[in-house]
Design a protein around this ligand. Structure first.
Ligand SMILES: [Fe+2]
Length: 298
């Protein structure tokens, strides 16, 4: 069955490109690239891909697209047919957008909550251009074995609707956290498509499409180096260092220049491909006073 194979890239609309440039390079360690003739746009690299993150200076301060990869042209055609049979609207990305995204072909659609998606195949890989971090790093970002750029929590309009939609795209998953909170139980849905525990998750209430983007570093020293740099920066840490019960990721969360969060993590375990759930994290991950309880997790 044709299926999404990874969260290949993400596109964010931002209001302060200059702040993002410094944030990406100096705090995150991402490689920042520009292309001739493309003003108002930055490409962020974490590996041999042309880009893993696109920043577009349009003032949105939110997700402009989640780029979901399929294996090839046949799989993209099969998904077109499946979406058509299910009555889900999509549009062709077209040659101009494909060239801009550096992919061979793509379609555009929205999930049940209106989150913007691009399903693509054929990303531009540049083995002649090794990743060059924006600042010193001990190791590299974890993107190998087609596990993608990382993961995101997105807005939802009912967990059942999100689960059904992403199942249609060939992803698997279900509820992994059921957290007792004042006033009720808080459920979070996690969907995976490769060896990464989850590529997309849904649960926390959000006015933006994106709650957070997680980037994983392979060397634990890079996690603590980033933590030290963020502590000395104007960007507040909103969820303290801790370990997730589901993906075993040691991580912390901090604000980006666009308001949504960045999670930097280390040591995530591979997807177990079996259903299980948790009622709290292993340790840590305390919410700051700035973050309302239940705003972000996963
Ligand atoms: Fe996360």
């Amino acid at each position: 069955m044709a299926a999404v194979t990874e969260l290949g890239y993400v596109v964010f609309g931002v209001s302060d490109l200059a702040a993002w440039r410094a944030f990406a390079a100096d705090l995150l360690g991402l490689e920042v690239c520009e292309e001739a003739g493309e003003s108002g746009r930055l490409y962020l690299r974490t590996d041999y891909w042309h880009h893993r993150i696109v920043l577009e200076a349009d003032g949105a301060d939110d997700l402009n697209a989640a780029g979901l990869r399929v294996a090839g042209a046949e799989e993209l055609d099969a998904l077109r047919a499946r979406l058509g049979e299910a009555g889900i609207a999509y549009e062709e990305g077209g040659a101009a957008l494909a060239a801009e995204r550096r992919v061979l072909d793509l379609i555009r659609l929205r999930d049940p909550a209106g989150n913007p998606l691009e399903i693509f195949h054929g990303p531009l890989i540049e083995p002649h251009k090794p990743f060059h971090p924006g600042r010193r790093m001990h190791g590299r970002f974890v993107t190998g074995d087609h596990c993608g750029v990382g993961h995101m929590i997105l807005r939802h309009a009912g967990l059942d609707k999100s689960q059904a939609f992403y199942r249609l795209l060939g992803m698997r998953g279900g509820l992994e956290y059921r957290i007792p909170m004042p006033g009720g139980v808080f459920d979070i849905l996690f969907m995976h498509c490769n060896q990464r525990d989850h590529s997309l998750a849904f649960g926390p209430p959000s006015t933006k499409s994106v709650n957070h983007l997680m980037l994983e570093v392979e060397n634990i020293d890079d996690l603590f180096m980033t933590h030290e740099l963020v502590k000395a920066s104007p960007y507040p840490i909103l969820i303290s260092l801790g370990k997730h019960a589901n993906d075993h990721m040691l991580s912390f969360y901090f604000a980006s220049p666009s308001g949504f969060l960045i999670e930097v993590g280390h040591g995530g375990r591979p997807a177990t491909h079996q259903s299980e759930y948790y009622v709290r994290d292993t340790y840590g991950h305390e919410f700051s006073e700035q973050l309302h309880a239940g705003m972000s997790l996963g």
